[in-house]
Design a protein around this ligand. Structure first.
Ligand SMILES: [Zn+2]
Length: 392
């Protein structure tokens, strides 16, 4: 990893502290899930830093913030790509279905919002409050994660610029993915916002398939599909408390801006007994997707299982990154710094999960939570400091 950190630069003219020392320090802070540059600076006396930053000292919180304002984010992306390549070469990445069919999930995420603090690259929106309409400043980016058996692997992200649409950002991100990860995935999965012709055309033009949630935006397609579904007998799967009904139609022609598509619907009815009243109540979950993926590649049941995995980017991705990895913390408020810290967090997340999945025996993995292992890493920094202080 040290060799790859050497490739990261920034635009300072006469740097006293090397960029690799700054990024290496931030990476350790992320790995230890500290979420604070000041907390990191308190580990300054730790003998670990002599081994990790050989010809320098732990940079101050101010220096790390200043350097991330000017950092070359492309070099951070190259390290993320290197981690992916190593995992792929070591056969640590397995698809969910079959020998191939790797999927990339694309989704937007708002990383910060404020009425007071802003920078030239902040996005703006009007919010109605009790004291009138206020301008809120925020940052948002689109992230791509690779869906693998057992875990997800974030690959890249793209920041949204003022006046830009989220789908346009996703298309820019996809263009880079097609260039840097041409054989890493076979399909792209996204939510209802991405069921648009330019997005579908971009994915298909690169020989990939696409799955998107079907919402009211594509009313013609929904109406035509529902018309066909009412005439067709659904596939029915009955489980203990749940009944699933599936419809699956190919060669739908109701989306002239794009072309023929397949539409899949899953209607799930679950019976639950209310704890308070003891009465049984039914909850209904109705999902529809539009896709270019033919039935010959993925049958109806496998398709629905795969399509529901889109939630992994929320449940295993953003939720964990924000709650445990402090990914939304604004270390420095500039677009470059936000992008740089997010990419460093994704790198730490990938290294951590590669270690958990590749280096720990299943019995150890089952014994300790991920949060416990992360805390053990953070404690190691403090323990080393104590040991050094005890010995003369
Ligand atoms: Zn800003």
């Amino acid at each position: 990893m040290k060799a790859h950190l050497q490739g990261v630069t920034d635009t300072r003219l006469r740097p006293r502290i090397k960029t690799q020392a700054v990024v290496g320090s931030a990476l350790v802070m992320e790995l230890a899930q500290m979420g604070s540059l000041n907390a990191l600076s308190q580990t300054e006396g730790n003998c670990f830093w002599k081994e990790w930053i050989t010809d320098s000292v732990l940079p101050s919180a101010d220096t790390i913030g200043r350097v991330f304002n000017r950092i070359d984010v492309c070099a951070l992306r190259l390290i993320l790509k290197h981690v992916y390549s190593r995992l792929k070469r070591n056969k640590a990445l397995r698809p969910l279905f079959g020998d191939r069919l790797f999927a990339v999930i694309i989704d937007g995420h708002e990383s910060s919002a404020s009425y007071l603090r802003c920078c030239p690259d902040c996005l703006q929106r009007e919010i109605k409050t009790a004291s009138g309409i206020k301008i809120q400043y925020y940052h948002r980016h689109v992230t791509a994660v690779l869906l693998c058996e057992g875990f997800i692997l974030p690959l890249d992200l793209e920041m949204q610029r003022p006046g830009e649409d989220e789908v346009a950002v996703a298309i820019r991100l996809l263009e880079r993915l097609f260039l840097e990860y041409p054989r890493a995935f076979d399909m792209v999965m996204a939510d209802g916002l991405y069921a648009r012709a330019p997005f579908f055309k971009k994915v298909v033009a690169h020989g990939k398939h696409v799955i998107a949630v079907l919402k009211d935006d594509r009313r013609d397609l929904i109406c035509d599909a529902m018309g066909i579904f009412t005439q067709e007998q659904p596939m029915v799967v009955r489980e203990k408390c749940r009944t699933r009904q599936y419809w699956d139609v190919e060669q739908m022609t109701s989306w002239p801006q794009f072309g023929n598509v397949r539409v899949v619907r899953s209607l799930e009815t679950t019976a639950r007994k209310q704890q308070k009243t003891g009465k049984e109540e039914e909850s209904v979950s109705d999902w529809m997707w539009v896709t270019t993926l033919p039935k010959t590649l993925l049958g109806t049941e496998a398709f629905i299982e795969m399509a529901h995995k889109r939630w992994d980017i929320e449940n295993k991705g953003f939720n964990e990154l924000v709650t445990y990895w402090h990914a939304d913390h604004l270390y420095t408020h500039t677009r470059t710094a936000i992008e740089g810290f997010w990419l460093t967090t994704l790198l730490a997340y990938n290294l951590f999960h590669a270690f958990i999945n590749g280096n720990l025996k299943p019995v150890i993995r089952a014994m300790y939570t991920k949060a416990f292992i992360a805390r053990a890493l953070a404690q190691e920094l403090c323990c080393l400091k104590k040991r050094r202080n005890r010995s003369p």
